[in-house]
Design a protein around this ligand. Structure first.
Ligand SMILES: [Zn+2]
Length: 107
């Protein structure tokens, strides 16, 4: 027996992760992207500090979270530049900077 790379519990020899754990992680990643977009668009119902605390239950570590949030910021800016949604530039800027700080996004 081996151990699942995500939850650490027993797993068959030829598997690296449980299907359920992998699916949960994918779901958590998609959720974080959507959260990032809605936070910048001022439609999120909880703060990023709170959101960050939940990530370990989805097996998402800090550097993965940073990359995901950065992707979400990119998607939001792309949307804004393509005028598919009206967003205030200062809101997008201020909210993005806030997320960069909370999720320790560095270049
Ligand atoms: Zn697992």
């Amino acid at each position: 027996m081996g151990k699942c790379k995500l939850c650490g519990k027993d797993i068959g020899w030829f598997q690296r992760t449980h299907k359920e754990c992998k699916a949960k992680k994918l779901q958590g990643s998609e959720d974080l992207i959507n959260y990032t977009i809605s936070f910048i668009q001022l439609t999120a119902f909880e703060g990023p500090d709170r959101k960050k605390q939940d990530l370990s239950t989805y097996f998402i570590n800090e550097s993965e979270a940073s990359a995901i949030v950065l992707e979400g910021i990119g998607i939001t800016i792309y949307d804004m530049l393509n005028n598919s949604k009206f967003m205030s530039v200062s809101n997008v800027y201020n909210r993005s900077i806030f997320l960069v700080d909370i999720f320790n996004i560095t270049s």
